[in-house]
Ligand binder design. Sequence first.
Ligand code: F1P
Length: 346
Amino acid sequence: MTPPSGYVTLEEITTQTAAWAEAIDVVMAAASRLMDLQVASHRQVLCVGCGSTYYLALSAASLLQARAGTVVRAFPSSELLLNPGGVYVDGASILIAISRSGTTSETLRAVADFKSARRGRVVVLTNDADSPLARQGDIVLAVGKGKERSVAQTRSFASLHVAAAAVADVLGPAPLRGAYRDTLTAGGRNVMDAHHATARALAVDASIQQVFFLGSGPRHGLANEASLKLKEMSQTVSEPFHFFEFRHGPISMVDPKTLVVGLVSEGGFEREMAVMDDVRELGGRTLTIGENGSDIAFGSGLAAHVRDVLYLPVLQLLAYHRAVSRARNPDRPRNLAAVVELDLGT
Ligand code: F1P
């Protein structure tokens, strides 16, 4: 169905909570096989992807590391080809390969090399159960409702983020095991209903010429993804940083034409908000997003490790409306294809 705007990206953003629900169901159906992996007995877990799905790997690694009892690191898939010595350690590993399409060349090659070197088992997170990547997984978590027609990832990214968080949940202590599903999806709909207008108003404000996204821990991957969305959909100058890193140089960029968006945590609330205060003192604009006490507050009551997807819809809407207001086509960002397929040789 063509949405009233004529752009499928808007429909994909606004329908994403159905894909979140499916993601949780898919992970719960695989929960016993995930626990049978005995993740804590491995030397390391590697999370890989490309572009958006690399940023998802960053968030997934942080969420998993906090709960799964072993070292979890994220890399762009290409680093396993170009710099294997900086990635692998001896001993049993698990590879978590993430790809919307399941056809991106670097991710397919990373999995093939990992398997041929008998490094360990492979868990695939994808939106396409019939893809070449899905055929390579020992455990395949496929979220079909996250599939998209547009080039830039929105619903797909969010659905795979929910899946990654659910994996971290089931592999950690006192798992919630999907009991949060309906609260999370209702929270997603609420945040879109309540704050779509806020995102649009900031997006169409032509006085804003550059945007920085701040996020620490598992929110750093989301800050990267939000920045990528704004770049690829609207060609706005944008960069992500960890909260405190912003003071170590990037803060020089702040002026009245700058918007800084803070993905604020509960644990670091006061210290992260102090960075936002610094930005305002220098004349910059700010938007804070978080569970409580921020400009956009979820008030979900959910555990921190399962609710981070709630940051995404407003950030995606910001990029979408900025693209439309700058007469860009959000469905077809310039210079981009939905999938990068390369001949990587042998
Ligand atoms: C990865 C990806 C996308 C990006 C671009 C090219 O795809 O980098 O994130 O939007 O259009 O491909 P995938 O492996 O997740 O399908």
